[in-house]
Design a protein. Sequence first.
Length: 244
Amino acid sequence: MLLVLVVIAWHSVVVAFGLKPYQLPLPSRVVKAGWERHWELADATAMTSLAATGGFLLSLSVGTLIGIAFSQSRAIARSVYPYAIFLQTVPIVAIAPIIINWFGTGLQSVIVVAFIISLFPIITNIYAGLTTIDPNLLELFQLHNASRWQTLTKLQLPGAVPNLVTGAKVSAGLSVIGAIVGEFFAGATDLYGLGYLIPQALGQLKMDYGFAAVICSALLGLVVFGTVSIVGERLLRRWRIGNH
């Protein structure tokens, strides 16, 4: 119902203020433009999805390994963690052109940008989960002379599952943003994504087509986030059963 109200308000504003199509198109024009070029939008969405998924999976694996390294060595955490914060604080639009210059235009550069922007949530959440364990359980493992590897695999990693799921949800949404930003700077290649279509359409004042591409990017973000959330909930359900 909220979506219906938003569309009605959108249509009413355009009609009431007499806005031109290049200022704000009617919802019907956006739907028509999207349908007329749905194959092009579908191909672009697939490319952006591929880049976002690649960046997310890369950040999930690398971020988990970095978080484990931080939890096992205070010296590593103190020396490397500031650089992880650097990746989060520096605007991605400032470093994306550098990445494109290093790796060239194409899918690989877009994946790198998506990886960088989605890496920090994984590191912080897995590191927090690995270091905030129950002291009583830790003492129990020490009492039984458990090795560091046994403590990590049987206590810390299982206990960090909820944190990992939380970080993955945040990282999933950021990976889509990173992929689109990367495509903004990667330019046109034989295969291009939504991040190329959006500025191209808006630059040519094809607002209806640009809005359709923006809506596709929003839907892609919802699909990626929803998929990660469903997988995470199933993983948490098994985790809760295992802990009982």
